[in-house]
Design a protein around this ligand. Structure first.
Ligand SMILES: Cc1cc2nc3c(=O)[nH]c(=O)nc-3n(C[C@H](O)[C@H](O)[C@H](O)COP(=O)(O)OP(=O)(O)OC[C@H]3O[C@@H](n4cnc5c(N)ncnc54)[C@H](O)[C@@H]3O)c2cc1C
Length: 410
């Protein structure tokens, strides 16, 4: 029997989930409102970050906030105009940072991240794009001696899940672009996606090959009895058994008419890309930790990314963030030459820094998978696998109970 699934949102989480469902025998229609591929999924740092098992809803984050403010030279921006968004979000974050909640969150995120790399390896192999997933680690470098000592110490004592790292060798240190680093570490089993555009096209082609279709348009939801119904650009879609919401930061807005109150925020990041550069071809993603900046070499460009700006979804980007990135590039003497293309995208973030993956308590035919914060690329493949189990009423390989929306609905 053919089972019909509508997936709403064609970012990395939606595409990976749609493909997993189609390959499991579902007749999938994916609705997406991003023809220009501007979503977070296509502008991120490309890092499969299995080491990030510690939720950012922590006292360490809260304590570090004063020195990490954008105004103090750091990467965190809380725009005054958006206080109605970030203040309630921040209060909920404080609740999630309490010791008991934090430990539960870390356990849950660790479980999901432990499955992330095997799921990606399987997915990447199945896409048949050579070297799409490059498992060659990533590096973190410091320029001040004190920062290097403190940074190294912090990583040595940090929970890093299944990731492993070592000190950078002298040759690796010398090969780093920019001024000579005071210290660096190299993670050995993290990974990067070689090119996000190639990934996007490969996933869409695989979805088509598995019988799925992509419908351009904007979806809205409403309740009919205890089931959700979907309109695309105002036109009802018929013949569906289940629906999956993977609309990134817009998921909260989409689910509101069903009675879900989702405290999601747009945690916006910025990047610059240069196609004219002399970045070393064999260098994995490189984090300049003192500047909270990550540089990734993709197939056709080098990308410099940073910032966490808590804002409304629809407000325009702040050019001061790109100017700061350009200042970092110039201060470090990085081998990137203008013109730089500028981009801003929103991480979909919930106040406890765990994703929302589960079945709706309001609409019996509705599943959701969003809120993957800084880890949407990392967690896309394992989320797709989990969604198939949910759709089929099987127990997922990973305990999804901590990721239910009920945690915000008590
Ligand atoms: C600067 C930066 C660097 C990052 N680096 C990394 C990294 O290195 N590694 C990592 O794992 N993660 C990283 N992330 C986070 C990652 O990019 C996100 O977690 C991830 O992209 C979220 O994917 P998504 O599919 O849930 O959402 P999105 O990418 O936002 O996609 C959502 C899609 O849903 C569509 N949509 C929304 N509403 C509707 C609607 N009503 N109807 C139809 N379609 C709709 C949108 O148009 C969009 O196409 C980074 C993020 C940023 C900003």
């Amino acid at each position: 029997m053919q089972r019909n699934m509508i997936v709403i949102g064609g970012g990395i989480v939606g595409l990976a989930s749609a493909l997993a469902l189609a390959r499991a025998g579902w007749q999938v229609r994916l609705v997406d409102a991003d023809p220009d591929r501007q979503a977070a999924s296509w502008g991120n740092a490309g890092h499969i970050a299995i080491e990030q098992v510690t939720p950012l809803a922590s006292w360490a984050t809260v304590r570090s906030l004063p020195r990490r403010r954008f105004g103090a030279g750091g990467a965190v921006a809380l725009p005054a105009a958006a206080w109605r968004r970030w203040l309630p979000f921040g209060l909920r974050l404080l609740g999630a940072a309490r010791p008991g909640s934090f430990v539960r969150g870390q356990r849950a995120l660790s479980g999901l991240l432990a499955g992330a790399m095997p799921a990606w390896q399987w997915l990447a192999d199945s896409l048949d794009v050579p070297d799409l997933l490059q498992v060659r680690g990533h590096m973190i470098a410091w320029h001040g001696a004190a920062a290097a000592a403190a940074g190294r110490r912090a990583w040595t004592t940090a929970e890093i899940g299944t990731a492993t790292f070592r000190d950078a060798t002298v040759a690796e240190l010398q090969a780093l672009p920019g001024p000579s680093a005071a210290g660096a570490i190299r993670f050995t089993n993290t990974a990067q996606i070689a090119d996000l555009g190639v990934l996007d096209r490969a996933l869409r082609a695989a979805l088509a090959a598995a019988g799925g279709t992509i419908l351009p348009g904007r979806a809205t939801l409403h309740l009919a009895g205890d089931e959700a119904r979907v309109l695309v650009d105002g036109v009802a879609l018929a013949d569906m058994d289940q629906l999956l919401v993977t609309a990134g930061v817009a998921s909260g807005r989409l689910l509101a008419p069903l009675g879900h109150h989702v405290p999601i925020i747009a945690e916006r990041g910025y990047h610059l890309r240069a196609s004219d550069h002399d970045w070393p071809a064999d260098l994995p993603p490189l984090v300049f930790e003192e500047r909270a900046m990550i540089v990734t070499r993709y197939a056709g460009c080098v990308q410099v990314a940073s910032f966490v700006e808590f804002a409304d979804i629809d407000t325009p980007p702040d050019p001061a963030k790109w100017e700061r990135l350009e200042a970092h590039v110039s201060a470090l003497g990085l081998p990137l030459r203008p013109p730089f293309t500028r981009w801003m995208g929103a991480r979909p973030t919930l106040p406890d820094y765990l994703p929302a993956i589960g079945r709706s308590s309001r609409a019996s035919n509705l599943l959701y998978a969003f809120g993957h914060q800084h880890l949407g690329l990392t967690l896309a493949a394992v989320t797709g696998d989990s969604v198939v189990a949910l759709a089929e009423g099987r127990a997922p390989a990973i305990d999804l109970a901590p990721f239910g929306l009920h945690r915000f609905e008590a």
